[in-house]
Write a protein that binds this ligand. Structure first.
Ligand SMILES: C[S@@+](CC[C@H](N)C(=O)[O-])C[C@H]1O[C@@H](n2cnc3c(N)ncnc32)[C@H](O)[C@@H]1O
Length: 296
């Protein structure tokens, strides 16, 4: 039977959920530790089996949310009690709880929730920005579930169109089950510093999903050609140490080409990944040359 692909409750922009079936076919059958220097929302570790999980992201807010959520993995009832009480306190809608209409009926929530959302945002920002549960709710009710802070360090996303619905509830339950079983270790450093501290073992797998140099998203702003060169140097170093790696990237994207990565990848095994969800087998019609490169 095909594995069910579970979804991260961070609903992370650029996550690998929809590509996991393809990516997993290129992973080794036994992995001692799965090591992810660019874990993002966590869609990969949630859908891969290994004996241990070392997970890292430079964005400490992302790691703060993962640590907070996974700390509830063996007391998820407490988590839901606290979250539902906040939803009621602020007067937010929840299609899951049936507030205000029938349970399960989704709502166009933007206008209804704007005021309550802004009150929650003010409380989070004026309360020292430490409340992980409020931050999680701001992301769930925020525009496109994004995580965005201004230069003053204040969370500044506007309200979005969705509320706490069945998908959020299911994703959280899947996340609690996965983190309870997998007991991941969380880190927040630059990928090079993170990898430098690891004493690798024979059956480890390093899976890397860096920002793509030639595509655009919020976290790509911090990524440039120098970062890309550091990335490939780091992977050559892993290879020289006999450590297995698999790295995702796009060699072409909407008329742009990533020559740094494309030339380097020729030394290893290049597996085309189809990001055309309509036709899995037909690579020719898509405009993104997404690949998985492995050294095993
Ligand atoms: C493409 S996303 C990863 C998505 C993830 N695979 C998922 O499924 O959700 C890339 C991630 O790299 C992180 N990042 C950017 N620069 C980094 C660096 N120098 N070191 C470590 N992480 C970095 C970003 O914060 C972002 O979360």
């Amino acid at each position: 039977m095909k594995d069910r692909i579970v979804r991260s409750p961070l609903f992370y922009v650029g996550d690998k959920r929809k590509l996991m079936c393809q990516i997993k076919t290129h992973f080794p059958s036994h992995i001692d530790r799965l090591i992810e220097p660019f874990v993002g929302g966590g869609s990969v570790f949630m859908n891969v089996d290994a004996d241990g999980f070392l997970l890292n992201d430079l964005n400490h807010i992302v790691i703060q949310i993962h640590s907070m959520l996974s700390s509830y993995c063996d007391r998820k009832d407490d988590f839901f009690r606290e979250v539902f009480s906040l939803i009621r306190k602020y007067g937010l809608t929840s299609s899951f709880l049936g507030i205000p209409q029938e349970r399960g009926k989704s709502c166009d929530c933007k206008d209804v929730n704007r005021e309550a959302y802004n009150r929650m945002k003010t409380d989070f920002n004026s309360g020292g920005r430490k409340d992980g549960m409020l931050l999680y709710l701001l992301i769930i009710y925020g525009f496109n579930h994004m995580i965005r802070f201004n230069k003053k360090g204040e969370f500044n996303l506007p309200v979005g169109n969705l509320d706490f619905n069945e998908n959020v509830y299911n994703a959280l339950n899947d996340y609690f089950a996965q983190t309870e079983r997998k007991q991941p270790q969380w880190h927040s450093q630059d990928f090079k510093a993170f990898l430098a501290e690891i004493e690798f073992r024979k059956d480890d797998l390093v899976y890397l999903d860096p920002p793509y140099l030639i595509s655009s998203s919020e976290y790509n702003k911090m990524w440039n050609e120098e970062c890309e060169c550091n990335l490939i140097t780091e992977m050559d170093r892993l290879d020289a140490m006999g450590v297995r790696f698999a790295v995702s990237n796009a060699i072409t994207y909407r008329g742009k080409k990533n020559d740094i990565f494309g030339e380097w990848a020729k030394k290893y095994n290049i597996h085309p990944i189809s990001s055309n969800y309509i036709s899995y087998w037909d690579n020719s019609r898509k405009d993104s040359g997404e690949v998985l490169v492995t050294n095993y």
